[in-house]
Design a protein around this ligand. Structure first.
Ligand SMILES: [Zn+2]
Length: 550
């Protein structure tokens, strides 16, 4: 193996992602002996929290995982994202929107064989030195979701079909549990098949089930949740899922050579929540955002089109209508843009999860002057958000309102919202934790409401567990961040870390691994985003909508 510059400490690395896993859930289950494989990894390895990105969303966090950089350098601020600074449109993002080099490209350059299975933001697939099976946001099994493309046929033949993600309306809990179970079974068998049948030096699989279940089943699982219903049939389903993942972990470990480094990670943590904050309705109530006379019509049109996609009987009608039906993803973005009276709007909450000032010279119909008016408005909004109280609970809603340049740096900061809002996520009383919602459903929608059917929301601290020869046994890892994983993988395999990576090699090895960063920046890829086809965009949009992300 050619490893420029440094001595490779590991010839083999496996990274397993449990999307949304949190030690607060896992800790008590480990202590109760319910997750024996994870318990072994914790006892024999190093573990601790893994700090997510701001915001702690799967889109932003997995992009930072694979690039080792902050969002200002990869350009992903949400599932729907601005791709030009001077537009109100926020198209769906995918792998081609990630504008920084991925660590597996560096591994490949150094001739390591990489196997990537179901990592979010790997669709559409780009060439790797090894193979890649697209992850979350892969539209359907009809899409070309693998590299090399022939792998798709092999997998479909071997497994008698292929499911790309957990699909279907996710607030139907019985369906959700069943879909997660079957998808996890497919992922586990496929991981084992690939590990056994394809050459690899680095292998990575991400299980998305925890995130999917925790959004809807937190109240069923946690008796302290204000929405907990003692008659629920789903109180043990989340634990059962983690036990499935624990068994999968055990099967994967059995297959690995003895000198493999294993990293188990999550992209963010999770916590109970029970309230929702409709940010645009708050802006509307303050006279900072104005709606057009046609906003209700646009809203109804979007809802109608939504029905055409969701209800099987109506879906058949839609198919017959063919191209005369507008694209759902376009209409949703268009509906948002058309529902707002831009000439009387100073600020809006966008689909990328933050406040955007309607700035003159930048936005298509901007009315706020750059300079002192912009700055005064940002300070006013920060102050008002941070002191905003939900009358129903008597509690503060927002933990912090952050100016983008305070947390992001890099060439794509201009695509970020002007103010990133972090709601309370970590209050022990879940009635005080909030989900942000940007919908413009009707002028009668309240500013605050129950978050049901969502009873769990993302939290800033994910998990990290490192296990293998040379990992500090029993060590408690402090201060690790998700952007540290890419440089840590590269450092452990003796590769040079690109200078633009913001993360550091983690202090989890004995002796420690010290790695120099390259003097020059590695070429950034994907300057041109490939958008989804119409059908693909509709499928992905519907899935994100089912999850409550749009
Ligand atoms: Zn996630």
């Amino acid at each position: 193996m050619i490893s420029p510059g440094n001595q490779a400490r590991f010839q083999k690395i496996v990274v397993i992602g449990w999307d949304g896993a949190d030690w607060r859930l896992l800790g008590p289950w480990i202590a109760a002996g319910k997750l024996p494989t994870l318990a072994r990894l914790v006892a024999e390895g190093a573990h601790g929290n893994l700090r997510s990105t701001i915001r702690p969303e799967s889109s932003v966090a997995w992009a930072s995982f694979s690039t080792g950089v902050n969002p200002g350098k990869h350009g992903i601020f949400g599932f729907a994202n601005r791709v030009q600074a001077n537009s109100y449109e926020t198209p769906l993002t995918n792998a081609s929107s990630v504008r920084a080099i991925r660590f597996w490209d560096v591994l490949g350059r150094d001739r390591y064989k990489t196997g990537l299975l179901n990592i979010p933001y790997t669709y559409p697939p780009s060439p790797v030195n090894g193979y890649l099976v697209g992850g979350m946001l892969t539209p359907s099994a009809e899409s070309d979701f693998t590299f090399p493309s022939a792998l798709k046929k092999e997998l479909i033949e071997e497994f008698g079909g292929y499911t790309t993600d957990v699909t279907g309306p996710q607030d139907d809990k019985a369906h959700l549990v069943e879909n997660v179970r079957s998808f996890t079974t497919q992922q586990t068998s496929m991981a084992l098949y690939l590990l056994r049948n394809k050459p690899w030096d680095f292998f990575n699989v991400v299980f998305v089930g925890p995130d999917r279940l925790q959004h809807f089943l937190w109240a069923d699982t946690d008796t302290t949740h204000p929405q907990h219903d003692r008659s629920t049939h789903f109180s043990t389903e989340l634990l059962a899922h983690y036990q499935d993942l624990d068994s999968a972990l055990s099967l994967i470990l059995q297959d690995l050579p003895a000198d493999t480094l294993v990293l188990l990670i999550s992209d963010h943590g999770f916590n109970g929540c029970s309230r929702k904050f409709f940010v645009n309705h708050w802006l509307h109530s303050k006279g900072l955002l104005a709606l057009t006379y046609t906003s209700e019509i646009w809203t109804k049109a979007t809802n109608l089109l939504n029905l055409l996609h969701r209800v099987p009987f109506l879906r058949a009608i839609r198919r017959k209508m063919g191209n005369s039906v507008p694209k759902l993803s376009d209409l949703r973005s268009t509906a948002f843009v058309n529902a707002i009276d831009w000439n009387h709007t100073k600020v809006f909450f966008g689909m990328d999860g933050g406040l955007r000032i309607n700035l003159r010279g930048r936005e298509p119909q901007g009315i706020v002057s750059p300079g002192s008016e912009y700055e005064a408005l940002r300070h006013q909004l920060r102050q008002e958000l941070e002191s905003l109280v939900d009358q129903f609970t008597g509690q503060r809603v927002v933990s912090s309102a952050i100016f983008r340049e305070e947390i992001y740096d890099g060439p794509y900061v201009e695509l970020a919202p002007d103010i990133v809002i972090e709601p309370h996520r970590e209050q022990p009383d879940f009635t005080h934790n909030y989900i942000l919602d940007g919908s413009l459903r009707s002028s009668l929608t309240p500013i605050f409401d129950s978050s049901a059917p969502y009873s769990g929301n993302h939290a800033p601290n994910g998990i990290l567990c490192a296990w293998g020869p040379g990992v500090r046994v029993g060590a408690m890892i402090e201060g690790a961040k998700i952007i540290d994983i890419a440089p840590t993988i590269l450092g452990a395999m003796g590769c040079i870390v690109p200078s633009q990576m913001d993360g550091q090699v983690l202090d989890i090895f004995t002796p420690p691994i010290s790695t120099q960063k390259s003097a020059e920046e590695f070429n950034t890829q994907n300057e041109n985003s490939q958008i989804y086809s119409e059908k693909e965009a509709d499928l992905v949009q519907q899935r994100l909508r089912d999850l409550g992300y749009l």
